[in-house]
Design a protein around this ligand. Structure first.
Ligand code: 13P
Length: 260
């Protein structure tokens, strides 16, 4: 299938690690090591608390920010929540429906759809995470799961809106904290192609060619090139290796292939 070449998107998901001071220190270290590359876009997803200070500290030629989550209503009596509306202007992207949120916080397909809708309504590009569990894989349900997760997450969006989002394939069994089996690039290729096919079936070939699809799950400086070389892979969503400045800057360096 036809596929538009984008800048390679490397996203660091810091999960629930690093307070504000530690986050600033990591950004400082990354800034010393990472150069601005025309062909790589680097996105950092720190805790909600660190987004505001980091938005003032980052070099915007090198880094963009993402949230890891937010609430789908724009405002109201929802004690303890932060909305996408409040994050507007602070972040370019938001990770939505990470498997940890689906599994630990009971995010259903409907919740995910509402969050994706809220992101787009607020001018934020969602990074929609999809992926099967070990059990689903064993039962041969991978395609059904991906189909259901993709279809429902995008249900409220127009074709134009879908063209601007990001989908991350994160097989749960390959995430370091859930077992960290290493997915083979060939398996990743099959899943990415299937996801793009689903988007084509729903929104047409043009939209499917534009939508960016990432791979996530135990990506590190040694494995990243193998995944980025998969046909149709637009980047990587990195967990634990993104907390280490040597490893994350090395991942960015390996993603950079255009030597000008
Ligand atoms: P690891 O890179 O630690 O396996 O985590 C992957 C992930 O969940 C990124 O969102």
């Amino acid at each position: 299938m036809h596929h538009i070449q984008h800048r390679t998107l490397i996203v660091g998901n810091w999960k629930m690690h690093l307070n504000v001071a530690q986050s600033s220190l990591l950004v400082h270290r990354l800034n010393q090591r990472i150069k601005a590359h025309r062909d790589v876009e680097v996105v950092l997803a720190p805790s909600l608390l660190a987004l505001q200070p980091l938005s003032r500290e980052i070099d915007r030629r090198k880094f963009r920010l993402a949230s890891q989550n937010a609430y789908h209503k724009d405002e109201g009596a929802f004690t303890g929540e932060v909305s996408y509306t409040m994050l507007r202007g602070l972040i370019h992207y938001s990770i939505v429906s990470h498997s940890e949120r689906r599994l630990y916080f009971n995010e259903t397909l409907e919740v995910v759809r509402d969050k994706v809708t809220a992101c787009v309504r607020n001018g934020i590009a969602p990074i929609v995470c999809v992926g099967e569990t070990q059990e689903e894989r064993r039962q041969g349900e991978t395609k059904q799961v991906l189909h259901d997760q993709v279809t429902s997450a995008l249900a409220n969006l127009t074709a134009d809106e879908v063209a601007g989002i990001v989908i991350a394939y994160e097989p749960v069994w390959a995430i370091s904290t859930f077992g960290g089996e290493i997915a083979k690039p060939d398996d990743v290729a099959v899943a990415l192609a299937y996801i793009r096919e689903q988007v084509a079936g729903l929104y047409g070939d043009h939209v499917a060619a534009s939508v960016r699809i990432l791979y996530g799950g135990s990506v590190d400086e040694n494995s990243v090139r193998g995944y980025l070389d998969v046909k149709g892979c637009d980047g990587a969503l990195v967990g634990s290796a993104s907390l280490n400045y040597h490893r994350f800057s090395s991942i960015v360096e390996k993603a950079h292939v255009l030597h000008s």
